[in-house]
Design a protein around this ligand. Sequence first.
Ligand code: ADP
Length: 249
Amino acid sequence: MLALEDVGRRFASGTEALRGVSLAIAAGDFIALLGPSGCGKSTLLRLLAGLDQPDHGRVSWPGAPAGPGEIGFVFQDPTLLPWASAADNVYLPLRLRGIGRAEARPRVNEALARVGLAGFEHARPAQLSGGMRMRVSIARALLTRPKLLLMDEPFAALDEFTRHRLQEDLLAWWQDAGCTIVFVTHSIYEAAFLARRVILMSARPGRIAGEIDADLPAGPARRLDPAYAALVAAITRRLEESHRAAGQA
Ligand code: ADP
């Protein structure tokens, strides 16, 4: 669906954020980009979204490129309008396309119900917990049925219980929506739990240090599956190897 070929990005400040990144993303993939802070994960997401251009290499959509609204973005901060209700926050992308509130209402309510927020349509962000605010943010991103959903550490600020619930629900939403997800995280556990492919990134300039196939059976039982523990160990080992190799270079 989408390919990065030998992509490099150096900012005007001189910081080289990415070098030689090649990655093919198939429709329906769930990819975790795992790496330390500052290794260029967010820069890579912006390139995938077309919000930034590489200085080297290219980003291409071999089939039909994503049209307007077909790329969703979810950030660590839910970025909700504080004065607007949950429903109006979810409605925003349709409003920007000129769709009337009454016409949009069934879709908005359905999106909120999908993320477990039926009955909270009129609540303002300040009346919702951190996890609920993130649910609103995800409902807003899924509303336009994106082909590609880019998620930049969306659960990093949440407590562990909330994070686990959201991770479990996200797998169900991904399967329902049939979209492709690229999920940035610096949590090995989160990458192993969620993704089908874990892409390991090395420190600046960000490069792909390896890839681990992580296609475990889905569902909350995954966390207790010995195969999950083995996967966490395998990712940890690969990261340590790549740190050692970088230290010797
Ligand atoms: P990550 O998401 O992995 O934490 P980023 O992609 O945000 O990493 O940043 C990679 C590197 O590029 C960092 O050193 C960061 O300070 C730098 N950087 C990011 N955006 C810009 C920018 N617009 N101008 C200059 N440097 C930037």
